[in-house]
Design a protein around this ligand. Structure first.
Ligand code: MCA
Ligand code: AMP
Length: 501
């Protein structure tokens, strides 16, 4: 037995002296030196007793060492669990208790917040900041080779938490085969090669920035310009030396808002890819007019990796997410009956293939609700298909807001608001936003005789939820609009908010 993900990503790079990573501080890391650093990370994990299948939880800055820890975790046969750097202590406690990691790694500056959590769940606690972190120091002392731990295709390599409509985050279990199969398909589909240089401005704690961007580049031997965070200035500086960019729609609208961006600055670019949220057709058109490039939009989900993509060589049609990727079966089914819908009709996207995850960590019932016995996963996205199979997403059957590519499940925010003093009930909904695509609004109903102080609500929310989930506006209502079945009509709230009614 081998370790298919590690072998595919690193097998050819032990003696590859081409640049893999170039960082904000001007340092570069060759593939060979990166593979050696990952081995040092694997050695550190092993000295702390990490065994195959153990979880390694990371809330760390975007550094070369963070990626080395990802690969080192895979090499050690363990399961990489990256978390959004915006999460609060309350959110982190939930993830740590649910995943029961053997090791927790965080930014040195966050040690005070994470150390008690590590001690609560009995995990070894390490810090990472590229200079003084204990993980960094311990890795320096370790050998640069490591005997790769064998893992089977179904064994887990990643655990990615994704919020749910019930308000409780679920850990999506990603196997070696799930991650590798998708990376191989995408690398071939988008024709990524060793001559590519990717502008990497996405976070590396999500599928998009980690698996889609990093795994494909490693398979191809491409260079990654690793930016610690998104910045239009930095991207404009790097574009003339680059060939490839992956981003959420906000990246593209922000580039368009800068007069310096145009054909000259993107002359060496081969491909701009967009995903994680709907790209407006008008953004697609404006981008082509300005730069001469047609953005390639693709569609995916944490649980399924990438599902569809516009073609590299064929027509990239604005407002559509293209065709199912090779090896991925997609069907559109009726929301109520689950029967396939006729061509052109709207149905829920269901997907099956090697890319589809193994289920939710410790949640067999949730898994059974969303992953059918025949292997099809119910995405909750609504779409229609053209006669040639091209898919257009038209909405969501799930109550989900996507802001700047981050998912916000209203139920999670409503649970926090409903627990606040004086709140009888609440409804959280999304409205269009020019920068983030959608923005979060909360409608709250006070208990009889109570007065709601918005500042108190804001403080409670800030205590418990990451900043990107916070409502940007609070509205106080006497009652929530409901339909005859008693269901809250968020569409009515949205309309009223947009029209100012
Ligand atoms: C930042 N803020 C946000 C968001 N990001 N609010 C709502 N939604 C957001 N996404 C808030 C901050 O809290 C802050 O609020 C203010 O905006 C400015 O923060 P700043 O950090 O300066 O923002 P930024 O650095 O400009 O970030 C915007 C961003 C970032 C670059 C668009 O959100 C981003 O990198 N998004 C990518 C997310 C991603 O990778 N998604 C992939 C998920 P205040 O000032 O009020 O305190 S994977 C996935 O979805 C599937 C698998 C798929 O298909 O890819
Ligand atoms: P996540 O749970 O973070 O993996 O987000 C997955 C969700 O993002 C999907 O279920 C879709 O609703 C949405 N999504 C991803 N890519 C696209 C896209 N190109 N167009 C529309 N929605 C998208």
């Amino acid at each position: 037995m081998t370790n298919i993900l590690y072998d595919a990503l690193c097998g050819l790079h032990t003696d590859n002296h081409a640049t893999f990573l170039s960082c904000d501080d001007g340092t570069t890391h060759s593939y060979a030196s990166f593979v050696a650093r990952a081995a040092q990370m694997a050695n550190v994990l092993q000295t702390h007793g990490v065994e195959p299948g153990d979880r390694v939880l990371i809330q760390a800055p975007k550094l070369a060492d963070t990626l080395a820890l990802y690969i080192g975790t895979v090499q050690a046969g363990a399961v990489y669990l990256p978390l959004n750097t915006a999460y609060t202590q309350a959110e982190l406690t939930y993830f740590a208790e649910d995943a029961a990691p053997r090791v927790i790694v965080c930014d040195t500056k966050d040690a005070e917040m994470l150390a008690p959590i590590a001690s609560k769940v009995g995990a070894t606690f390490l810090t990472l900041d590229g200079v003084e972190g204990t993980l960094h120091q311990q890795a320096d002392q370790q050998p640069m080779t490591f005997k790769t731990v064998a893992r089977g295709p179904e064994d887990l390599a990643g655990l990615l938490y994704t919020s749910g409509t019930t308000g409780r985050s679920k850990g999506a279990m990603m196997s070696h085969k799930n991650l590798l199969s998708n990376a191989q398909v995408l690398t071939a589909h988008w024709q990524i090669t060793g001559t590519d240089r990717l502008i990497h401005a996405l976070p590396i704690f999500h599928t998009h920035g980690l698996f889609v961007a990093v795994n494909t580049c490693m398979l191809a031997g491409a260079e990654i310009r690793l930016m610690e965070s998104f910045s239009v200035d930095k991207i404009l500086t790097e574009l003339p030396q680059s060939t490839l960019m992956m981003g959420v729609p906000t990246f593209y609208t922000r580039l368009l808002n800068d007069a310096r961006f145009g054909q000259d600055s993107s002359a060496t670019m081969r491909l701009f890819i967009s995903g994680s949220a709907p790209l407006l057709a008008e953004t697609h058109t404006a981008f082509e007019q300005r730069s001469g490039h047609r953005i390639l939009e693709r569609y995916g989900m944490t649980e399924t990796n990438m599902i569809t993509s516009n073609p590299y060589e064929g027509e990239r049609l604005a407002g559509t997410v293209g065709y199912p990727l090779p090896g991925t079966e997609v069907k559109l089914v009726d929301l109520e009956t689950s029967a396939p819908v006729a061509v052109g009709d709207i149905g829920v996207i269901e997907v099956r293939g090697d890319n589809v995850f193994q289920g939710y960590w410790n949640m067999p019932e949730k898994t059974a609700e969303e992953l059918r016995p025949d292997g099809f996963f119910v995405t909750g996205d609504l779409a229609k298909a053209a006669p040639d199979g091209r898919i257009t997403i038209v909405g969501r059957a799930k109550d989900l807001i996507i802001a700047g590519g981050y998912n916000i499940y209203p139920k999670e925010v409503e649970d926090v608001l409903n627990a606040c003093n004086g709140v009888l009930e609440s409804a959280v909904f999304g409205v269009p936003h020019p920068d983030f695509g959608e923005s979060v609004i909360a409608a709250v109903v006070p208990e009889p005789g109570a007065t709601i102080e918005t500042d108190v609500l804001r403080a409670d929310v800030a205590d418990q939820l990451a900043r990107f989930k916070h409502p940007r506006e609070y509205i106080t209502l006497d009652a929530l609009p409901r339909n005859a079945m008693g269901k809250v009509q968020k569409n009515v709230l949205r309309e009223q908010h947009i029209t100012g009614a």
